[in-house]
Design a protein around this ligand. Structure first.
Ligand code: IDC
Length: 458
């Protein structure tokens, strides 16, 4: 009899609790979705997302480490002029984390809730809620001081770029179009000698304001290919030199983690984490460095690419809160239309990559770009050519013209492949030309002349 009465009291207690319990300012209850359940051991709380509450408060009730209701529902947020604390009877948390309505808070030695600060590896925001955790990947590089950029240069005029809506904009918020050239594999002979100050000057004289550095990962001489004689130091030195030239000329520069045959960016995620920790630290004070985190994912779906991006972006953001980050898309950076329904978590200054080779990729890929833009996805064409997808074959001028029209009308940034004299159509320098800067039109390939004219507004 007595027992039944007690259970009855509990039932009343819980219903009343749901009816009257409201936190005045900290309206955490809204974020908590689930149901109270009961078994022979007592009450417990099942989340809609699966799992159950344990060692935490749910609507003021303490659930123990086994997940069972333990104490009276006496936990309440309180505050005074010094801040918030959480009072449960005569007890209040101090020097500890506590999860309250599915959010974690840190209470300092005096019992007040911590705000806007790091507690070890964990960050609590202005509401005291734990929002992020340090990646644990720390940079092995030294942070360079902020450089100066020459008068009249793109970087001097536009500053640190930002993304607004689907547009790339100047620091002041004006729409801007980057246009430029991608190096060939930075270590490959047909490309490496074209990475020099005079070469970049030549490109600048065409109107180029961005250079992309193709740092292959798995191919020969790649950053993650340890089976050949190319040392990482050579790659790092080349990147350092190239960023130096671009900076000296006031051009933007994209550090491109050029995955290709590795297909899934997660294949080398360990190396990628270290790479982007190192470079975002080194260039945190540079306004002109852009990070492209995975050239061309292939054989892998957007959810895997997104999970990779959601790992790498926070690592970059730990060092650099606003650099532009370019995220490749599945099917060799074509599926940009898949992003809108499931974008990366930290969207600030992130753009998504489309690559096209005009002889292979036609109206259907242009439609994807248009659809992505209409759905609010910022698009950046960080690599293209006007031949076929092998980098060879013949030029399709009519498809190229359709792309040019689309890109210019939507103010999309574009970067042509590639600054090389290899015997392939996409190489912008003729194979017969061995100059490494100062190319005249007759030393450029047909692709090179086309790119130069486009960049030059012709
Ligand atoms: C190509 C080079 C080619 C090289 C090959 C290595 O042009 O000389 O042998 O890489 O796999 C891409 C890639 C880019 C390719 C290019 C042409 O991003 O690395 O470069 N391409 O195939 N995507 C579509 C085309």
């Amino acid at each position: 009899m007595k027992k039944t009465k007690k259970m009855f009291c509990f039932a009343v207690l819980f219903s009343v609790m749901f009816a009257i319990l409201a936190f005045p300012v900290k309206s955490d209850a809204a974020s908590m979705a689930g149901k109270w359940k009961k078994d022979s051991n007592g009450y417990w709380y099942q989340f809609n997302s699966g799992g159950y509450a344990k060692s935490e408060y749910i609507n003021g009730s303490w659930l123990n480490s086994k997940g069972y209701w333990e104490k009276k529902w006496d936990g309440k947020w309180k505050h005074d002029s010094k801040g918030w604390w959480f009072q449960a009877g005569s007890w209040y948390p101090k020097k500890q984390w506590l999860t309250i309505n599915r959010k974690s808070y840190y209470f300092k030695a005096d019992g007040y809730m911590a705000t806007n600060c790091w507690i070890g590896r964990y960050y609590v925001d202005k509401n005291g809620v734990w929002t992020k955790t340090k990646s644990g990947t720390s940079a092995k590089t030294k942070r360079l001081p902020a450089p100066t950029y020459p008068a009249g240069s793109a970087v001097k005029k536009w500053g640190a770029l930002q993304v607004k809506g689907t547009n790339l904009c100047t620091a002041a918020g004006t729409k801007v179009q980057l246009k430029g050239v991608s190096t060939f594999g930075i270590i490959w002979d047909e490309g490496r000698y074209n990475i020099n100050l005079d070469a970049f000057k030549t490109l600048k004289s065409w109107g180029t304001n961005v250079i992309r550095l193709a740092v292959y990962t798995e191919e020969y001489g790649g950053y993650c290919n340890n089976s050949d004689s190319v040392e990482r130091k050579t790659l790092d030195d080349t990147i350092a030199n190239a960023v130096g030239y671009a900076t000296k000329l006031g051009m933007y520069v994209i550090i491109d983690w050029h995955i290709l045959q590795d297909g899934n960016p997660n294949t080398h995620i360990k190396e990628a984490k270290q790479f982007f920790a190192d470079y975002s630290n080194k260039y945190a004070n540079y306004k002109n460095v852009i990070y492209e985190i995975c050239n061309e994912p292939n054989g892998v779906g957007w959810s895997d690419v997104k999970s990779y991006a959601d790992t790498i972006i926070p690592i970059i953001r730990e060092n650099d809160s606003d650099a532009i980050i370019l995220v490749g898309t599945p099917t060799w950076s074509q599926d940009v239309d898949q992003v809108a329904s499931n974008p990366v978590k930290n969207k600030k200054n992130v753009m998504y990559v489309v690559h096209f080779y005009a002889s292979t990729h036609k109206e259907w890929l242009r439609d994807k770009v248009t659809n992505a833009l209409s759905a609010g996805t910022p698009v950046f064409v960080s690599e293209f050519s006007i031949c076929d997808a092998s980098g060879g074959g013949s030029i399709d001028y009519s498809s190229a013209a359709a792309w040019k029209k689309l890109i210019n009308s939507k103010n999309i940034s574009y970067v042509g492949w590639s600054l090389s004299n290899k015997a392939e159509t996409s190489a912008i320098i003729k194979n017969s030309c061995s100059k490494h800067s100062g190319w005249t039109n007759s030393e450029l390939s047909d692709t090179g002349v086309y790119l130069k004219n486009w960049i030059g507004g012709k």
